[in-house]
Design a protein around this ligand. Structure first.
Ligand code: SF4
Ligand code: SF4
Length: 100
């Protein structure tokens, strides 16, 4: 089964986390969750590298290279074993955010 965490760039350092919970509020895929009064990576394979958690985290607990995770490209590469491109036809000058 396709597991995007194997190809996404999300990194979480619990040592740097203050438990503020901001990442649990802004993540559209519920990647972070509270567990035993701590924030944990609960659904890491669901991360689509939007960058919202990284931008809103007040510490250096989260690292993610947002914009490199074009969902269509990641899925296509996982299914075909080919390069990460979605073949949407955009180029460097009109590339939408998040596209490969
Ligand atoms: S980059 Fe986006 S999808 Fe991934 S964990 Fe952060 S907020 Fe969630
Ligand atoms: S936003 Fe950062 S500091 Fe706050 S709970 Fe999430 S990882 Fe921890």
């Amino acid at each position: 089964m396709f597991n995007s965490y194997k190809v996404n760039t999300l990194k979480f350092d619990p040592e740097e986390c203050t438990g503020c919970g901001m990442c649990t509020k802004v993540c559209p895929h519920a990647v972070f969750a509270y567990q035993d009064k701590k924030v944990v990576l609960a659904n890491k394979e669901a991360c689509m590298e939007c960058g919202a958690c990284f931008l809103n985290c007040p510490t250096t607990a989260i690292e993610v290279e947002s914009g490199v995770g074009c969902a269509a490209a990641m899925i296509k590469a996982a299914l075909t074993g080919g390069p990460e491109t979605c073949d949407c036809g955009c180029d460097e000058t009109d590339k939408p955010p998040g596209c490969c």
